[in-house]
Design a protein around this ligand. Sequence first.
Ligand code: AMP
Ligand code: ZN
Length: 466
Amino acid sequence: MTLHLFNTYSGKKEPFEPTNPNRVTMYVCGPTVYSYAHIGNARPPVVFDVLFRLLRHQYGESAVIYARNFTDIDDKIIAASQETGEPIHAITGKYADIYRADMAALGTLPPTQEPRATEHIEEMQRLVSALLDKGHAYAEQDHVLFSVKSFHQYGKLSKLPQDDIIAGARVEVAPYKHDPADFVLWKPSKEDEPGWEAPTDWGVAGRGRPGWHLECSAMIRAGLGETIDIHGGGQDLRFPHHENEIAQSCCAHDTGDIPLARFWLHNGFLNMGKDKMSKSLGNIVTPHELLNTWQGEVLRFALLSAHYRQPLEWTDSLLEQSKKQLDRFYRTLSEFSDVEEIAVEVPANIMAALRDDLNTPEAIAALHALRDRAASATGPERAQAKAQLLAAGELLGLFSSDPANWFKGATSEDGLADEAIDTLLDERAQARKEKNYARADEIRDELAANNIIFEDGPDGTTWRRG
Ligand code: AMP
Ligand code: ZN
């Protein structure tokens, strides 16, 4: 069975073929880094990590380019800096590191690219210039706005009626908008806010900064190209964020019939009771704190227990059930510790479930059946059964622990999982190589604060909990 994905743009499940099988491109909107991500924010990176693994399995590891960005310039970040007195780059650096470490603890592979918005201001300005030149944007009162009326396909992704589009644009009284649905590409910065000089021919005065939608269009263009194969994010991003990304990119570039990405994928919400988990409702729980109690793989298993387009209710019982199920797998694997490792294909039914629009609940059900068969296997069948379990587990990002360690319980009392510590130490080594001693010291302090003792030796760095 070929890979089929539900494409929000067409509203249908479609067979997926990349434009170029040697360079398969995927972009997922990442976090705005001004505080801890909540476990709902972790759903897209975990879901799209399964897709990343599936694509790598199919097209080869080096053929898949996956970008997940950091939004590191934004009103919320500026507000956080003004509130705490901490410089912006310290806030964004700190929360980006925590995000990377927590996502690593959830078993997500590092994306191929992790662009930061502030590193792509030039590309953003290039896009704005192109939109102004082509008559898709206008300058007004030191803002640059995208003219929604100039793009006839506007609304095709979210399929919203024009009235809802205008309501959804959350129109405050904005005297600089020619039309209420128009959105900001560039806005002026106050004296104490970060900003960049705009090209003089835009007709805006003073320093300014990009709008959020523009950031993603520019990072996609810079890292992946004018059009890409797959674009992902949570369903709340369909409108206005993704609709606006499409408008900007299609109008600035000549993308033909392709609405920036050939496939648009959106995950459903993770809910607390009936409500979407969200910072504004205050009903959040963060992976950072959950990792004090639960192994990262338990959180991952819980997130993959529902189909990614369905809502998922987050409860203690979901976590307990996930832990119990993983315990059963690890118990079987621990009974196989003496069995030699052989290379096998992932069983066809598990492959088929994942290729059917990432049906992880069905893949997990098939994994249980495989475990039952493995438990009663004898002789040479045992090596086959163990290898199949591990191969399927790897595709889902599961069973990465040594079974002997698994039953030692939660990751650690200090909250940093093993994978998170390894990620931080890798980053420290890189920072030292780049002579960025300030960053290396920051990481040293963070590890010390978490009671991690490490030593640099001739064969690299070793660590233990203090
Ligand atoms: P934000 O920081 O709100 O831009 O969210 C970052 C990512 O998490 C986006 O892809 C959102 O769509 C997604 N997201 C936010 N809240 C939830 C939730 N409760 N369930 C699933 N995804 C979410
Ligand atoms: Zn985006």
